[in-house]
Design a binder for this molecule. Structure first.
Ligand SMILES: Cc1cc2nc3c(=O)[nH]c(=O)nc-3n(C[C@H](O)[C@H](O)[C@H](O)COP(=O)(O)OP(=O)(O)OC[C@H]3O[C@@H](n4cnc5c(N)ncnc54)[C@H](O)[C@@H]3O)c2cc1C
Ligand code: HEM
Length: 368
């Protein structure tokens, strides 16, 4: 019987060593199993660590593995796009255990070691089995051509991608992608339309300061270039069934999945309010498109809002969550929230503080 509580305690002790932990993990992995090096970005220093953090957190939560089996299976299927093979899993497991031992010092015991090995075995088998099964019916990744690149302003572009084979997704989901200008660096983006007959989809990309992938997607890639795209994932923002009102609270390119949801809602309309915020009016890069939708659909209202309006455009000042709550649009509604991590966090706090039930608030955990 694995003592998961002991694993969690051990992981928090180790994680307290911060950046030293992934540094040790990757040095060990690449030294003992050099064949794994080619799966990771060239510049690991600029890489945000996701794998090691996930490894510790996921594996030490082995006591609730039954609840997260579908998530682990999706993660395993998704790992095919990295080139992760069944034979790589023991290598990662050994590097994990060596790292844990190194940082646990005197707290390391044979019993803890045995529990980590057993827990890792369960988690990695779930992932690797799902990956093997998926190989029979879905590609490891999709090569998608950029068929349009519409630069909306200095920071934002709308890209239209045409995958060589159809890539299924539900409105509200995201895909990860990688450009050969930044090899093996994967980032997530959300299709901004419901699935089309021709399989193309739009992505809205905002270039963040010093951003490796977003700046390349906004400024460097061109029509005709190919991106590598991973399978669709996430259920946080997919449409919940019902007939009641819908409130959408979006910041910046967080409007992309909302646009996809609006297209889905057009088949079975519900009263829908989209509150979309940017810092200044210039940041509302697709307001015309949204206003055209609001003019076409009598069940849809679009309320733009900004933090500051120096030139008196008349756009409402305030955050989308504050305004939607103040206008009573969240009462009894399914509320969807998407935007930069800080905006999602503050919106959720505001909604909860305004008495909106947690079960009615939907968002995609970003892990960023
Ligand atoms: C589920 C999901 C869906 C997403 N959908 C979209 C989308 O549709 N459109 C879109 O433009 N982005 C989206 N993102 C964000 C996107 O995945 C990248 O994080 C973003 O493009 C930055 O990547 P980068 O490689 O350019 O920056 P990095 O090189 O990773 O980061 C550069 C610097 O910017 C900071 N930074 C990173 N992300 C942000 C941010 N969002 N806001 C402020 N600072 C940041 C980092 O901390 C770092 O200091 C989504 C993220 C998730 C998790
Ligand atoms: C129990 C086993 C594992 C878990 C829980 C796990 C978990 C994760 C998670 C959550 C991410 C971030 C994914 C994303 O943001 O899209 C990730 C990234 C990655 N994983 Fe794994 N992983 C495991 C095993 C492996 C193995 C065996 C390999 C192959 C060597 C591997 C290679 C990678 C690579 C290349 C990345 C991308 C680099 C990065 O973003 O850090 N993983 N992993």
């Amino acid at each position: 019987m694995i003592d998961a509580e002991r694993l969690k305690k051990n992981w928090s002790l180790v994680a307290a060593h911060g950046d030293q932990v992934p540094l040790y993990f990757y040095s060990t992995l690449f030294l003992t199993h050099p064949e794994t090096r080619d799966l990771f970005p060239m510049n690991m220093a600029a890489q945000r660590d996701k794998l090691v953090t996930a490894l510790g957190a996921v594996v030490s939560n082995v006591d609730t593995i039954d609840e997260v089996v579908p998530v682990l299976q999706a993660l395993g299927r998704d790992h095919r796009k990295f080139g992760a093979l069944r034979g790589h899993y023991p290598a990662v497991g050994e590097a994990l255990v060596a790292t844990l031992e190194h940082f646990s010092g005197q707290h390391w015991t044979p019993a803890i070691a045995a529990d980590w090995v057993a827990a890792y075995g369960l988690v990695s088998a779930t992932m690797a089995d799902a990956a093997d099964a998926a190989a029979h019916y879905t590609p490891a990744w999709w090569d998608a051509e950029i068929v349009a690149h519409d630069r909306r302003d200095l920071e934002t572009a709308v890209l239209t991608l045409a995958p060589g084979t159809r890539l299924d997704y539900a409105p509200g989901q995201s895909v990860s992608l990688c450009t050969n200008l930044r090899p093996r660096v994967w980032r997530h983006y959300s299709p901004a339309n419901a699935p089309r007959a021709d399989g193309t989809f739009d992505l809205h990309v905002r270039s963040v300061d010093g951003g490796q992938v977003s700046s390349a997607l906004v400024s460097l890639v061109r029509p005709g270039d190919t991106l590598r795209v991973g399978p669709a994932f996430g259920s946080g923002l997919t449409l919940r069934h019902g007939r009641g009102p819908v409130a959408m609270i979006a910041g910046g390119t967080g409007v992309a999945p909302m646009k996809a949801l609006i297209e889905q809602l057009s088949i079975a309309p519900r009263p829908t309010s989209l509150y979309w915020g940017a810092r200044t009016p210039a940041g509302l890069y697709c307001l015309d498109d949204l206003q055209a939708l609001a003019a076409a659909y009598d069940w849809l209202e679009v309320v733009p809002c900004v933090d500051e309006d120096m030139f008196g455009s008349g756009i409402a000042i305030g955050s989308p969550a504050e305004l939607a709550v103040a206008h009573g649009r969240c009462n009894g509604a399914d509320v969807y929230v998407c935007g930069p991590p800080g905006m999602v966090e503050s919106s959720r706090k505001h909604l909860a503080g305004s008495g909106i039930r947690a079960e009615a608030i939907h968002f995609e955990p970003t892990g960023e």
